[in-house]
Ligand binder design. Structure first.
Ligand SMILES: *[C@@H]1O[C@H](CO)[C@@H](O)[C@H](O)[C@H]1NC(C)=O
Length: 337
């Protein structure tokens, strides 16, 4: 396919090596029979423990929220949390196509630590179940369980190190890639059942390069084939692993604003901050998602970095990672209650 790109991608050498390795890992751990070689994945997915002693101005602790499924979130608390009256909470969902990575993966541990330190927020980074072992809607259910868990005062009281000034009436959902897809759907589920929550309120949705698909290919998916990290072949594999048997890419979970989209007209969704990268093959879908939210009268801000790749912000050496932090900081300050 002849590329019509007007701009070509330039990345620092270190990033080029990292994304090339990541691509080899994503392809190497996927088996033809639709399973993931978790043993091999373990060798490449470096995991780090929580650090209860404040490290780099943030302490972290793992908190079990669903013992029956052995699920937990990693709580990040900024240093001197008690000097402010209240701390907003970010409930964060990592990326990885719903099938890879963890809240303990070193890249996501570092990202969440940075959120806590620079944004002065409490972060709960959620360990949700992965496909194909657990398919849709397990991941969405796990997100909902976290919100239900945090809503209950006795649960919060029992969490060691939970800061007393962490404010459950100011919760920002956040995620990247598959985690952003999850966070979006969670904001919809919350809106449908907000009356069943006693204290917890959503103040915003920080939606970083959501993982979206659909049967009909969009231009950017074709034109940007060969860009780092995501490709049609990889994405199709991930969706197949995630979706129930017999469902196709126009399922509402995947093609969020496609032919089977959920009706969000009457729903009170929180304000959305949406990040898009110019070298992300999913960018045209993400912009359709933006337009769909607008058509449905939702408050949404689109931030596009024309020379950013998918998952750019997990590479702290890329300048956009700093811009993203500044953007999120403004968003939180504007929308916290
Ligand atoms: C998939 O292949 C692997 C390795 O050959 C095997 O261990 C596993 O049992 C297979 N799983 C299924 C569901 O076929």
């Amino acid at each position: 396919m002849a590329a019509k790109k007007t701009q070509s991608l330039t990345l620092p050498f270190k990033t080029r090596v990292q994304v090339a390795l990541l691509g080899l890992v994503i392809d190497g751990v996927r088996r033809n029979n639709g399973t993931i070689n978790r043993g091999v994945m373990k060798l490449f997915d470096r995991r780090v423990p929580a650090k209860p002693i404040s490290s780099n101005s943030v302490s972290s602790h793992d908190v079990v929220f669903d013992p029956s499924n052995n699920l937990w979130f990693r709580l990040f608390v900024p240093h001197k949390a008690d000097i402010v009256a209240s701390l907003p909470i970010i409930v964060f969902f990592h990326g990885g196509g719903f099938s890879l990575l963890s809240a303990a993966s070193s890249v996501y541990d570092a990202v969440c630590r940075r959120f806590a330190r620079e944004l002065k927020v409490v972060v709960c980074s959620v360990e949700y179940r992965l496909s194909p072992e657990q398919k849709f809607p397990s991941q969405y259910d796990d997100g909902f369980s976290v919100l239900k868990f945090l809503d209950k005062p006795h649960n919060r009281r029992d969490i060691p190190h939970w800061p007393g000034n962490a404010d459950v009436s100011t919760v920002f959902l956040a995620g990247d890639s598959a985690g952003a897809n999850l966070a979006h759907h969670l904001s919809v589920s919350y809106a449908k059942s907000s009356s069943s929550f006693s204290l917890l309120k959503l103040a915003g949705l920080i939606n970083i390069q959501p993982f979206l698909g659909g049967k009909e290919r969009v231009n950017s998916e074709v034109e940007l084939e060969g860009m780092p990290i995501v490709s049609l072949e990889r994405n199709d594999w991930m969706w197949k692993a995630f979706l129930p048997e017999g469902k196709d890419l126009d399922h509402w979970a995947v093609n969020v604003c496609g032919p089977n989209a959920l009706d969000i007209r009457g729903l009170e969704l929180p304000p959305v901050l949406l990040f898009v990268g110019g070298f992300d093959p999913m960018k045209d879908r993400q912009k359709k998602y933006y337009e769909w939210l607008r058509r449905n009268d939702k408050d949404v801000k689109l931030v596009e970095y024309s020379d950013a790749i998918h998952a750019f912000y997990i590479f702290p050496q890329l300048p956009h990672a700093n811009l993203l932090m500044a953007e999120i900081k403004d968003f939180i300050n504007k929308h916290k209650f």
